[in-house]
Write a protein that binds this ligand. Structure first.
Ligand code: FAD
Length: 456
C-alpha cells in the first residue's frame, strides 16, 4: 500500500489540515508557552476520533514525530514538534453531563472551563486544576489536582473510562473492566499510551465555594508556611488551600500604592456546607497578620477562572516541580530565601496539598505513584519578555536547587519541564517497571514520545 500523502490525509479527515503553505500556519503551530517555536509539517485540527486515528496512522506510516495537543498548556510545549505532525484536539471540547448517574463525558481537547461550566449547571464538579484554560487531557493523564483534591482526590482518580486511539490504530475503551492495564497506565502515565478522544468522569456535588485569599507581608513567610503545614495536615477535607508567593496585581482589594509589591499569600477554597466556610478559613487569618484579604462565596467555576488573567497564552514559561512528604523547616527556609525574589507578576511558587482523598488510593493502584506525598510544589516561571529569559529561568532553577535537597526525588509530571526527562524514573518509582512493560504492549515503537517519555 502506498504511503499516504498530506493530501491523502487532508482528504480522509473531517477537520482541517494546516501546512506551512497555508495561511494560519503560524497560529496553528503556536502553543501556550510563547518560548516554544517549532515548525511541524502539518497540524491536523481533529474533530472526531476518526480524524485522530487517521493522524496517528499517518505519523506511524511516515515514521515522523507525532505531537498530541489537548489544552496546549504543557510547559515544555509537547503539544507541537519540529517536522512531524500535530494531532490538535482543540476543536474536540464537547462535554455531556448525565446528572442521574453523576457522570460526564468529556472530549479530549476540552479545557477545565468547558468541563466546569457544563457540570456546574447541575451543581456537580470533578476535581481539576486552578486555572480554567488548562486542558483536561494533559492534566488528567498526568494526575490532576486543584482546590478540591483533598476531598475528591486526583482528577485521574475520578476517571471511569477513556476512549483511546492506540499506536497500532485501534480505538479502545479502557476502564477497570476492559483493558484495565491500559486504564491503569493512563492514570498518571501522561500521554505515553495513546490519544484519549473522550474521558468519562465521576462527578461530585460542588456548587458555591467559600473563597479566601490572604496577602501577608513577607516578614511573616515562615509563620505562614509553618501554620499551613500544621493546619492542612488535619483540616477538614472540604478545605483546599495553598500558599504561594505573589507580586500584587492591581486588584480592587489591594491599595494602589502596594501594587507591584511581593507578598506571601494563601488561597483557600471551602467546598463544604456554606455556613462553615468562614470557620474553616479563619485559621489563615490567625496564623499571621493579614495585609489584605478577599473573601467571598462564589460559584466554583468563578474561582477556577480567577487567575486566568495573570496567565494569558503566549507568555514565556519555564517550570520545575517537587513532591515532599514533609514541609521541613529547611524547606521553609529555602522558600523564604527564594519565594520573595519572584521576578514578575505572572510567576509564582505554589505549594499544593495532596493529602486527604489523594492518599486513599494505593501507590500501585494507578500509575501516579506519589500517594505518600503531602505537598506538590510548582515553581512556575512565567514572563512576557523573551529578553528576560535568562533571569527568569535562573530564578526557577535557583529556587529548585535550594528546594531539591528537602524534597522527594520525583515530581509531578505536569510540573516538569523539558530538561526533566532524566527524572521520569524517579517520578514513577515502583510503578516504572510496569509502565515500561505496558509501553512495550501498547506502543512498542514509542510513537507517543513527544511527552515526558516512558521508553519501551
Ligand atoms: P497539552 O500541552 O495539550 O498536553 C500536555 C501533554 O499531555 C502532552 O504530552 C500531550 O501529548 C498530552 N495530551 C494532552 N491531551 C491529550 C489527550 N487527549 N490524549 C493523549 N495525550 C494528551 N496541573 C494540575 O494538576 N493542577 C493545576 O492546578 C495546574 N495548573 C496549571 C496552570 C497553568 C497556567 C498551566 C500552564 C498548567 C497547569 N497545570 C496544572 C499543569 C497541567 O496539568 C499540564 O500543563 C498539562 O499537561 C496540561 O494539559 P493540556 O492538555 O493543556 O496540555
Amino acid at each position: 500500500m502506498a504511503i499516504p500523502t498530506i493530501e491523502d490525509l487532508a482528504g480522509r479527515v473531517h477537520g482541517t489540515v494546516v501546512t506551512p503553505e497555508d495561511q494560519g500556519y503560524d497560529e496553528a503551530r503556536r502553543v501556550y508557552n510563547g518560548m516554544v517555536d517549532r515548525r511541524p509539517s502539518a497540524v491536523v485540527r481533529c474533530v472526531n476520533a476518526g480524524d485522530v486515528l487517521a493522524t496517528v496512522g499517518y505519523a506511524r506510516e511516515h515514521g515522523i514525530d507525532l505531537a498530541v495537543r489537548g489544552g496546549s498548556h504543557s510547559a515544555p510545549g509537547y503539544g507541537t514538534c519540529d517536522g512531524g505532525v500535530v494531532a490538535d484536539l482543540g476543536a474536540m471540547r464537547g462535554v455531556r453531563v448525565d446528572p442521574t448517574t453523576r457522570t460526564a463525558r468529556v472530549e479530549g481537547g476540552a479545557t477545565l472551563a468547558d468541563l466546569d461550566a457544563a457540570t456546574h449547571a447541575f451543581g456537580l464538579a470533578v476535581t481539576g486544576g486552578v486555572v480554567s484554560t488548562t486542558g483536561v487531557g494533559g492534566l488528567t493523564l498526568g494526575g490532576g489536582f486543584g482546590h478540591l483534591a483533598r476531598g475528591l482526590g486526583l482528577t485521574c482518580d475520578n476517571l471511569l473510562s477513556a476512549d483511546v486511539v492506540t499506536a497500532d490504530g485501534r480505538l479502545l475503551v479502557a476502564s477497570e473492566h476492559e483493558y484495565a492495564d491500559l486504564f491503569w497506565a493512563l492514570r498518571g502515565g501522561s500521554g505515553n499510551f495513546g490519544v484519549v478522544t473522550s474521558f468519562e468522569f465521576r462527578l461530585s456535588p460542588v456548587d458555591l465555594v467559600h473563597v479566601g485569599i490572604f496577602f501577608h507581608e513577607l516578614e511573616h513567610t515562615e509563620a505562614v508556611l509553618r501554620h499551613y503545614r500544621e493546619y492542612i495536615a488535619t483540616a477538614p477535607e472540604q478545605l483546599g488551600a495553598f500558599p504561594g508567593f505573589q507580586i500584587a496585581p492591581p486588584l480592587p482589594f489591594i491599595p494602589e500604592d502596594r501594587h507591584g509589591d511581593t507578598f506571601v499569600i494563601v488561597v483557600a477554597c471551602w467546598s463544604g456546607p456554606p455556613d462553615q466556610g468562614e470557620r474553616a478559613i479563619q485559621p489563615f487569618r490567625d496564623a499571621a497578620p493579614v495585609a489584605f484579604e478577599f473573601t467571598s462565596p462564589m460559584p466554583y467555576p468563578a474561582l477556577q477562572g480567577m487567575f486566568d488573567a495573570l496567565l494569558p497564552p503566549g507568555l514565556q514559561q519555564y517550570w520545575k516541580g517537587t513532591f515532599a512528604v514533609e514541609l521541613t523547616d529547611d524547606a521553609i527556609a529555602a522558600h523564604a530565601a527564594h519565594g520573595p525574589k519572584v521576578p514578575v507578576v505572572n510567576s509564582t511558587c505554589h505549594i499544593y496539598p495532596v493529602n486527604g482523598a489523594c492518599h486513599r488510593v494505593a501507590p500501585e493502584a494507578t500509575a501516579f505513584s506519589y500517594r505518600d506525598a503531602n505537598f506538590a510544589t510548582v515553581i512556575a516561571g512565567v514572563w512576557p519578555d523573551p529578553a528576560d529569559n535568562e533571569a527568569n529561568t535562573a530564578w526557577v532553577r535557583g529556587y529548585y536547587d535550594a528546594l531539591a535537597p528537602h524534597s522527594a526525588p520525583g515530581a509531578y509530571v505536569n510540573f516538569m519541564d523539558g530538561d526533566d526527562q532524566g527524572r521520569i524514573v524517579d517520578n514513577y518509582r515502583d510503578n516504572y517497571t510496569r509502565l515500561v512493560e505496558l509501553k512495550r504492549t501498547y506502543d512498542p515503537e514509542n510513537l507517543f514520545h513527544v511527552n515526558h517519555n516512558i521508553r519501551p
